[in-house]
Design a protein around this ligand. Structure first.
Ligand code: TRP
Ligand code: ZN
Length: 459
């Protein structure tokens, strides 16, 4: 949504200086093309420079029989530089036409990059609307570590899962976690099927043999957290005791769904007020992707993943990852360490396994020592065991170093400090050292950045 991070700003200024060869010329500067990527350390082409999306209005129609998707993306964005052209990320599908502020825009396509050139340059600071019409059979993407994401067909529909790049398979946009936006997703499907997305259901209507569902997410969302599940689900709407709407979609009625309000209340005690205006879950045991995903407000659970510990993990992500989102894909450990630590806390509070035992098991597991959690060697490693297990160990060592009071204040304070924003590992270190009023260099060097397993687990 709003990306005013000092680093990004400095980079934008640098770019402006190098590409125009002059300084101090801001207003009235001639437009130049926005960057085709945001130089993410693992996915340099992901995202696009020169604008900041505020809102995606996606109007989609899907035919499960043929696998065909027809879409219109109506994107409201703000230009962060004078633009002669800008890019959108889109994998597969065909772009039929595009407009910018109602006027036709030239469309060029090169792989997963769509370049739009409006008739007139956009000025820096302008809010503009671009409407892209597209269709095709959305792709299933196999990511670097071999997991399937993107558009996944099921026996009676499809599920869209977007981490880290799968959201590019079903709508054009700025698909980097640093550009968060509000969403309105309107989906038309054959009557008898459900279509479930993030946020709240604001309307559904059946006309003839088609039903249209509209879902709205007012809080900023990173595109990898957007989801859509189409199929013969049993859907339910209820409320938590504190009044938060709960939307669930599942095959049958798994008993664990009923525990969402209780687990959300437990999470809120530990992590602070729940950051979104609705909750729920999508459970599809027919989809064997091998993982669950913290899709915003409504985590998705694939085959064999709907258990209490994983539910706690995905609910914890609503604070860590979804409300405070990674600045880049290098900061993944900030998502997974907290979500894993939440599982450890759950095992202690609801089971008979002390956090120290979870820590010891993680410490003993060689897989957790393949690389430092804050520096995955390749894109294939951003979801590797150290990001989860060793990331959670970092948090436990932090707890031992600063004491329970400060630690639990940090657990609540961190997502509050960056509510609905983005943050990096550096931001985390700065925040923690300020809250703890301590220099924790040794702790970071050993546990977060060190190559080797320390000989002493209490070091
Ligand atoms: N974030 C998911 C979880 O821990 C796991 C996951 C699925 C993932 N796909 C990914 C992590 C891609 C990183 C990249 O619940
Ligand atoms: Zn996770």
């Amino acid at each position: 949504m709003d990306l005013r991070r000092p680093l990004a700003l400095a980079a934008a200024v640098l770019l402006a200086v190098t590409s125009t060869g002059c300084t101090g010329e801001e207003d009235g500067a001639r437009g130049r093309p926005g960057a085709a990527g945001l130089s993410d350390p693992y996915f340099p082409q992901l995202g696009n420079g020169g604008y900041d999306v505020r809102h995606y209005a996606l109007t989609l129609a899907y035919e499960p029989g043929t696998g065909r998707l027809t879409g219109t993306a109506d994107i409201t964005a703000r230009a962060t530089q004078a633009l002669s052209a800008f890019n959108l990320d889109l994998t597969g599908l065909t772009v039929h036409s595009a407009t910018v502020d109602g006027e036709p825009a030239a469309v060029r396509r090169e792989g997963a990059e769509v370049t739009l050139r409006p008739g007139a340059d956009l000025k820096s600071g302008d809010t503009f609307r671009t409407v892209i019409r597209y269709s095709g059979t959305p792709a299933t993407i196999t990511d670097a570590e071999g997991a399937r994401e993107g558009w996944l067909r099921t026996a009676d529909g499809a599920v869209a899962l977007g981490e880290p790049t799968g959201s590019t398979a079903w709508f054009p946009g700025n698909h980097h976690p640093s550009d968060k936006a509000a969403y309105t997703v309107t989906v038309t499907v054959p009557k008898g099927l459900q279509a479930v997305s993030n946020g709240e259901l604001t309307g559904h209507r059946t006309t003839g043999d088609r039903t249209t569902f509209t879902w709205r997410s007012a809080e900023p969302m990173a595109s990898y957290l957007a989801t859509l599940a189409i199929g013969r689900y049993e859907t339910k709407t209820s409320r938590t005791p504190s009044g938060i709407p709960v939307h669930t979609a599942a095959r049958g009625n798994p008993a664990l769904l009923a525990r969402i309000p209780e687990l959300l209340a437990w999470a809120a005690e530990n992590f602070g007020p729940y950051p979104f205006s609705s909750t729920g879950a999508i459970v599809d045991p027919g989809l064997d992707v091998g993982y669950a995903l913290e899709t915003q407000g409504r985590p998705f659970f694939g085959q064999g993943t709907f258990d209490a510990s994983t539910l706690v993990h995905e609910l914890a992500h609503q604070w860590y990852g979804n409300s405070v989102s990674p600045e880049s894909w290098r900061d993944m450990w900030l998502n997974e360490s907290f979500a894993t630590y939440a599982e450890w806390l759950y095992a202690e509070d609801f089971g008979d396994k002390p956090v120290r035992k979870s820590f010891d098991e993680a410490f003993a597991d060689d897989e957790n020592w393949a690389f430092p959690p804050a520096e995955p060697p390749t894109a294939a490693d951003i979801s590797g065991p150290p990001v989860y297990g060793r990331g959670a160990m970092v948090l436990h060592r932090l707890r031992r170093a600063v004491g329970d009071d400060v630690f639990f204040r940090i657990l609540r304070g961190w997502p509050a400090e960056h509510r609905h924003g983005n943050a990096s590992t550096e931001d985390f270190i700065t925040y923690v050292e300020k809250e703890a009023d301590a220099d924790l260099t040794d702790l970071w060097d050993t546990w977060l950045y060190g190559e080797d397993r320390p000989t002493d687990p209490s070091a």
